[in-house]
Every structure is written in structure tokens, then in C-alpha cells.
Design a protein around this ligand. Sequence first.
Ligand code: UDP
Length: 477
Amino acid sequence: MACEQLHAQAPHAVFLPCPTQGHVIPAIEFAETLASQGFIITFVCAEHITARISKSHGSGLSPSIRLIGLPDEEQDIDQDADIFITMVKIIENMVPAFEQTVNGLFKNSKESSVPPPLCIISDFFLSWSQDIAHKFNIPRYVFFPASSSCLAVMLYLPRFIEEGIAPVAADVRDIVVPGLPPLDSYDLPSDWRQSVPQEWREYAFPSLLKIHESSGILVNTFNELEREAIDAVRTEAINPNKLPIYPLGPILPSKFFRSESIDQETLSETEKECLQWLDAQTPSSVLYISFGSLAILSMRQIQELAKALDACQQQAFLWILRLPPSATAATALPEGFLSRTHSRGLIISTWAGQLLILSHPSTGGFLTHCGWNSTLESICSGVPLLPLPQFAEQFNNSRMVTEHWKVGLKLQRGPDDVAESGEIEIGVRKLMQGHEGRAVRSRARELKEEAASAVAEFGSSHAALQAFIQAAAASHT
Ligand code: UDP
């Protein structure tokens, strides 16, 4: 059969992720999964992000994924503005260009071998894509790159607004979401707090309410990890429109589960340096420290962390240190820290593929902000966590890690929310050397196996993926 004919029959989805690293990374991996199942994907995102994907994936990107960059309008954005207000501007700037793109895909399908799109898959934050889907009479599926308990909370927003719980005041306890353990204000997304600018809520709340109008939700989680929360989001109390829920995670590169050897050609110089350094360490001996793509610790927290590492004298560590623009490692770290720890620590300040580090046999613990991708990547690598959450839903992830799944140890924080060096030192010692550390490492390794089984053929996530593909294909005319 001619290639054009094959294309003409293939299901075509338009994928629109939220333009931040933590949302784009699982989105492009999920696009790859769909491409491997015969889909054509038009992946639409801000131009600087599609350019980054082209560079990092290069010829490794499936030929069935077409990247379309929407114009970056950064010149209109006030660099000193609040991060939330900036985000709203960036997202709203995308609307007309996205609509034009979808329009073009329908128009051009008559002359091209690519069929018109059968659905939009878009991030939960980009609610306006729901209206565009309505306009073109195709379904929108929500891509939810966080946990199912976070999804339950977000779907329950209408009740929170009704009951005056959202926007969230500090120190509210025993908040009820049916099917979840009692929550407190820290378990709700930090951007729902009263202290966050109202402009953000004016964008975010209607966006979340619109999830209820979609045709289904793809969640980056798996049944064996979050059974209760997945059951909860399927109940009428939380999901009155009975939207299908597809827990098809963990969404990670497929080669991760095949334990394929690393292609040296694709590594950056920093990644080569990290791997060489890890190769020289003993198994499970290294504490990996990173706080994701957005969070920057306060200077005080950086100092406390460095003091703790100084005190843990034998402890090897690999620290991805993100600093405020005005700081340098020399000014942010205690005097003499770099020379004192040089023989047992590697500090890097640029991007390095985290999965490479987490899946290296020398990595034995992860001091993390508990972003959802980092949490899943650590669990899937069998590495226990020491959470130091910063914002968004990281506090809830952290609580699940330490109290529910028991794959990490709790780090105490002072009244000003800073974890002091003494507490970090205790946490690191327990995690890396103590019997509590051994227990959480062993549980993380069990969950690693369960994650691999979930995505394998006949696994729960594989079944959810097939169910989604069938549902999406049913809208193929
Ligand atoms: N990441 C990475 N290298 C870095 C920093 C982050 O590969 O130096 C990746 C990490 O593996 C994860 C994502 O960026 O996939 C961060 O997502 P997460 O949800 O953990 O946190 P966020 O950045 O959204 O706060």
C-alpha cells in the first residue's frame, strides 16, 4: 500500500502541551507512544520549545510527529512581572495562532496526504482549546501530567469554590475530597492560595472547571501506585459527567523500560561528565540533588543544604544547582565549600538528563522538590526520595511519597519553611545509611517493578492506553 494511503487512514491528533518543561517532557514522550501505535501527531507549542525538541531529539523523533512552533511573543512580556501573570500572558498569546493552525490542518487535509485531525489532546491548563475543539466539532482529551490525587482535587474545584475553600487560606485542616484521605491547605495546589495574584485565578479556575467539558482525561499515573485516587476520580461526586479516566503512565521514554544502552552520540558534555563521575562511585552511594526546571531555592536554603553536605563528611553527592540570576556558586555557597567537597561532590549548573542520573546504579537517594515527573522518575528507577517541596502540588506529592507509598523519608522544616542544616543532615544520613533508608529503598524497588509491569503488554497502563486509542479512533469519520 502506498505511503500516502497509509497516512490517509492513520488517526491524526493535535497535541498541545503547556509550554513549561515539566509539562512538555511527558507530552512529547506520550506523542511518541501514540506515534508508535500508528497515530500521526501534530505537536504544537511555543517556537522556542519546538526548537529545543528538534535539537534534543534530532533524528530520534518519530517521523509521524510533526512539530509546529507558535510564534514566541516574549517581546511583549514584562520581564519584571509576577511569574503567574507572565504565564497567563504567554498562554493567552497562543490562542489565535493555535486556532489558525487547527484551521489550516482541516483546510490542507484536502490537498495533503495527512487526514484532518480527529481530536485535540491538550494540557489541562489550556482550557480555551476546548472551545476550539467544539468549533471544529472534534473531541478534546485532557492531558494531565500530574498525579491522580491532584486530579481529584482539581476536579473538585466547583465544590471548593462553593464552600469558600478556594482561594485557599493558610492552615485549613481536614478538607474533604471524597475518596482521598483528609487534606490540609498544603495539599491543595499552592497557586490556589489567596496570596497568589487574582489575575492568575481568573485564568486558572475557569480553565480547571472546563476539564469537565472534555471527552476524557489521560493521567500520568498507574493503577498500582494510585488505585484509591484513580477510583476517586471515577466517582460521580468528583466526576459528575463520568469522563473516562485513562491512567496510562508512567510516561517515560520506552527505551527506559527496555534498559537500552546509552547512545553516547546523543549526550551533552555535561551528561558525559555526570555519567563518568557516577561510574567512578560505588553502587547506591550517591545522593542526587535537584529541584526541577522551575524552582530556585532561596539563598538561605542553599546555604543550609550546603552546610548539611559539609557535615555529612563521607557522603558523595551530585547537585544540579540552579541559582538566582545575580548569584554565582562562589557567592551562594559557604566559603571553602567547593574545595572541601571537591573529592566527593559534583556540582553542575546546566541542564542534564535527569533520568540518566537516576537510573545510574551509583545513585542511591534523591533530595528533590517532588515535582510529579521527578517523583515518578525516581520511583521508576527504584531510588528513594528525601522531599523538599517548593510549590504547586509538590507538597501533596511529598506527603504521598513519605506517608502513603513509603518510598521516602520526611524532612522537617522550621517555622519559616526552611529546612535547616541539622535536619537535612539527619535526613540524608537516614536515607543513605540508616535502616529507614534501606526500608524505603526496598519499597521503591518494588514499585519500580510494578511500574514496569503496568506499561508492559497486558499491564494496567497498557490496557488504559489501548482503551484511549479505541475511544479516539471511534471519533474517526
Ligand atoms: N529535568 C532534567 N534535567 C534537569 C532538570 C530537570 O532532565 O536538569 C527534567 C526532569 O527529569 C523532569 C522535568 O525536567 O522530567 C521536571 O519536571 P518535574 O515535574 O519534576 O518538575 P518541574 O520542573 O515541573 O517543577
